[in-house]
Ligand binder design. Structure first.
Ligand code: S3P
Length: 448
């Protein structure tokens, strides 16, 4: 259980006027984690600009320091002097991953494949999340695990003298599982292949290549991608510029849509197609969002998003969209609760194993603020009437940053305020959330 102790801070959002202004949302969480990991095991120096300084990424920083990487912040730039893949040291203590599933799953692959023993733990949320999805393929590669029943943290992992390269077909659409296997494959002699039937986010592939690994993607007969990584590459330090995270931009985006007369510009936002499902869904719901100044930033497509207050209608979001917006369903549900007509979000089983059971908590929270919702199997159905629901409830955030931010965004539109019992969890991915939102005209403050 947790070593990081938070003092809970209740936050409350009240109806506000139109939002306006220009902000750069914080750096992409997935790219930030990988820049620290790959910089940490590369030779030479990596310099990272725009790193997300959220608690999740700081857990990754602490872990890479524990294996010997030198990581320091100079002005706005994070400088990493890599320890080298083969020369990583056995961590002397237990690695606390806090709330971060990405840190835990990727580092279990990366460190677990080294010929030493690592101990991993996390907070009360992370210790409930399934790790079997990574330990099963990693055991096939020769890693040995001792974990809690059901494959839960805390766990210990010992790497073999020789890591076995495998071919692994992903049974769940998960970039974390894909990445865990590939990162263990870095230590294997030969080619490790992950077969991905449905595309998931690809920062691991893009960045491993940029750091000098040989990684080939080919289409299989059934349409799946086969991602083949040649083990034991020499990775070289890089210059990384992290785009803003569309998963964080999502909160001011939906807030602006819900307040009539709003006009907000979100700068430098990553719009990689494998992450852009929220944009497609909101546009289908009638959102007024313009992509300006599309360009490339360090190999990632980015744009500035101009978002205006909009009249939204309900939409059916197919299961095929889940991987490209897996973290955005809670905030999309807030938009759907204010839209006219019924929205159906199909196939949300993966939401049940996030920082909380997001399917259950979104449904329960929306019901508490007076919205009409149903859960049918793994589908979420929201009946809107074109007006925000009543509000007037306190939502339990259950150590889930995105549940907290989603309901605070909704509270900016509801006639009665919405409170969350613990806003401190927002620091995992978006430490400047309250400040940036209030700078745009939101009314979020400390509660009773
Ligand atoms: C992430 C992958 C996703 C996402 C998480 C970040 C990553 O998890 O929910 O916030 O950086 O690889 P899954 O791979 O479990 O879907």
């Amino acid at each position: 259980m947790t070593q990081t102790h938070h003092t809970s801070v209740s936050l409350v959002a009240q109806t506000c006027g139109p939002l306006s202004g220009t902000i750069t949302p914080p750096g992409d969480k997935s790219i930030s984690h990988r820049s620290i990991m790959f910089g940490g095991i590369a030779q030479g120096r990596t310099r990272v600009r725009g790193l997300l300084e959220g608690e999740d990424v700081l857990s990754t920083v602490a872990a890479l320091r524990a294996v010997g990487a030198k990581i320091a912040k100079e002005g706005e730039v994070w400088q990493i002097d890599g320890v080298g893949l083969e020369t990583m040291a056995e961590p002397s203590g237990v690695l606390d991953m806090g709330n971060s599933g990405t840190s835990a799953r990727l580092l279990i692959g990366l460190l677990g494949a080294r010929p030493f023993t690592s101990f991993f733990t996390g907070d009360g949320s992370l210790c409930k999340r399934p790790m079997g999805r990574v330990t099963v393929p990693l055991e096939q590669m020769g890693l040995r695990f001792m974990s809690r029943v059901g494959g839960r943290l805390p766990l210990a992992v010992t790497g073999p003298e020789r890591v076995q390269p495998i071919t692994y077909r992903l049974p769940v659409a998960s970039a974390q599982v894909k990445s865990a296997v590939l990162l263990a494959g870095l230590s294997a002699e030969g080619v490790t292949t992950v077969i991905e039937p449905v595309p998931t986010r690809d920062p691991t592939e893009r960045m491993l290549r940029a750091f000098g690994a040989k990684l080939d993607v080919t289409k299989m007969d059934d349409g799946a991608d086969a991602i083949a990584l040649t083990g034991r590459p020499t990775l070289m330090g890089q210059e990384v510029q992290v785009p803003a995270d569309i998963s964080s931009a999502a909160f001011p985006m939906v807030a602006a849509l819900l307040r009539e007369g709003s006009e907000v510009r979100l700068m430098n936002v990553g719009i990689n197609e494998r992450r852009a499902g929220l944009l497609h869904s909101l546009l289908e719901m009638g959102a007024d969002i313009t992509l300006e100044n599309k360009r490339d930033l360090c190999g990632e497509p980015v744009a500035d998003l101009l978002v205006r207050g909009s009249v939204l209608k309900g939409a059916t979001i197919p299961e095929s969209r889940v991987p490209s917006m897996v973290d955005e369903y809670p905030v999309l549900a807030m938009a759907a609760a204010c839209a006219s007509g019924t929205s159906r979000f199909i196939g949300l089983a993966e939401l049940r194993v996030k920082e909380s059971d997001r399917l259950a908590l979104v449904a329960k929270g929306l019901e508490a603020v007076g919205a009409k919702v149903e859960v049918e199997g793994d589908d979420l159905i929201i009946h809107g009437n074109g007006q925000p629901p009543r509000g007037g409830a306190t939502i339990a955030t259950a150590l889930d940053h995105r549940i907290a931010m989603s309901f605070l965004v909704l509270g900016l539109a509801t006639p009665e305020p919405i409170a969350v019992d613990d806003g401190s969890v927002i620091a995992t991915s978006f430490p400047s959330f309250v400040e940036l939102m209030n700078g745009l005209g939101a009314r979020i403050g400390e509660g009773a």
